[in-house]
Design a protein around this ligand. Structure first.
Ligand code: PLP
Length: 389
């Protein structure tokens, strides 16, 4: 048989990848044919399914996790002059949503290179009489130290908000309470590269009925009835009782999420298995440290595969070798928030050495449920090659 020269090309390995099954596509197609496209019965059904999945009474589907953070902060009473403590290592939305409320994000330290969660002792040091809330991010799907943060918040009368963008199927190690259900509200993301994705989407989960009502009202302009209610003849008109937003989810996205939710646990189980394989393979690579422990992996949703380089100067050249020499995409989660020009003057920005070092050492390796062991081996071999190990 003649060899095809094209077949020798190296397959590119992306840092994340989405694979939809025919039944997922069919659920969206059926919704498109149904004649009702925005917030309606499919969104309500998805909210009920996700609430049950988390074990909370209230789930409010929204247009994004950023919207969920905004509404969570508003429900916690954050307004002009108030401060919210957030980690320096997170996606900018955690801090930006505080600014939407007219409040000030206060940046705090992470625990360190082995655990990139918010450090409760550092949070305590940054509280002021203006602090209204603390936002814990479950970085990469690994639980932030919630019991210490909750105790601190309870003692000071502060709201604890969970940024659960990375953790739709994770718990505290050794516990069975879902991440995103422990604070006043949890904000989830269904953005394209997330574990349970639909393109753009988010959700606010809460055990607090008042918080759920605030979110339901503000997601749709604080109107007393929605278009779906009027369409069904359940209402003839509406009042507007506040200044709300258009943060609604639409029906095709909700249908896609409902179709994908039953597969979430299996996806996360495979992410955990691959994470364990990566950890084993990277254990003896000199100059690379993998954060978190095996026990933490077993409770995590394993959104990304984080590795830390001991020498930050090697990180970017290594990324280039992986990309150019091996066709392997990597990324950095995250730059420290204070390194963005719009956040340079944020309180706390001048004293985040742990965040700044983590931002320079962090390397995110490819991880998705269908990555498979062969590609994983290729990534590890390429990493060794790039490090001369
Ligand atoms: C930690 C964190 N918080 C919030 C968000 C915002 O999510 P969304 O894109 O759904 O608004 C993201 C998304 O990347 C994130 O990673």
């Amino acid at each position: 048989m003649q060899s095809n020269p094209k077949s020798t090309a190296v397959e590119r390995i992306p840092v994340f990848d989405v694979r939809l099954e025919d039944e997922h596509v069919e659920a969206v197609a059926e919704t498109l044919r149904s004649g009702w496209l925005t917030l309606g019965p499919r969104t309500k059904a998805f909210e009920e399914e996700f609430a049950e999945h988390l074990g909370v009474p209230h789930a409010v589907a929204l247009s994004s996790c950023t919207a969920a953070l905004h509404l969570a902060y508003l429900a916690a009473g954050v307004g002009p002059g108030d401060e919210v403590v957030v980690p320096g290592i997170t996606f900018v939305a955690t801090a930006a949503a505080v600014r939407y409320c007219g409040g000030t994000p206060v940046l705090a330290e992470i625990i360190g290179p082995d655990d990139l969660s918010l450090d409760p002792a550092d949070v305590e040091a940054r509280l002021t009489p203006r602090t209204k809330a603390v936002c814990a991010v479950h970085y990469a799907g690994y639980a932030a130290p919630l019991s210490a943060l909750r105790e601190l918040c309870d003692q000071r009368g502060l709201a604890l908000i969970e940024d659960a963008a990375h953790s739709p199927d994770a718990t505290v190690p050794g516990g069975d309470e879902a991440l995103g259900t422990i604070g006043l509200a949890g904000a989830f993301s269904f953005f394209s590269n997330k574990i349970l994705s639909c393109g753009e989407g988010g959700l606010l989960a809460t055990r607090d009925e008042r918080v759920a009502e605030v979110a339901r009202s503000l997601r749709s302009h604080a109107m007393t009835s929605g278009t779906w209610d009027r369409h069904r003849g359940h209402a003839m008109g509406y009042d507007v009782v506040g200044v709300g937003y258009n943060y609604r989810m639409d029906e095709p996205r909700a249908a896609l999420l409902s179709a994908r939710l039953p597969g979430l646990a299996a996806d996360v189980a495979e992410r955990r298995r691959l994470t364990h394989l990566y950890r084993e393979a990277l254990a003896d690579v000199p100059g690379v440290t993998v954060p978190y422990s095996d026990d933490q992996v077993d409770a995590s949703s394993c959104y990304i595969m984080p590795a830390m380089l001991d020498d930050p100067a090697r990180r970017d050249p290594l990324r280039s070798v992986l990309a150019e020499g091996h066709g392997i995409q990597t990324t950095v989660l995250y730059p420290s928030i204070n390194e963005f020009s719009a956040y340079a003057g944020t309180p706390g920005a001048g004293s985040l050495p742990r965040c700044e070092r983590a931002a320079r050492c962090q390397l995110t390796l490819p991880l998705y449920p269908h990555l498979g062991e062969e590609r994983l081996d290729r990534v590890v071999r390429a990493l060794r090659d790039g490090l001369g190990a």
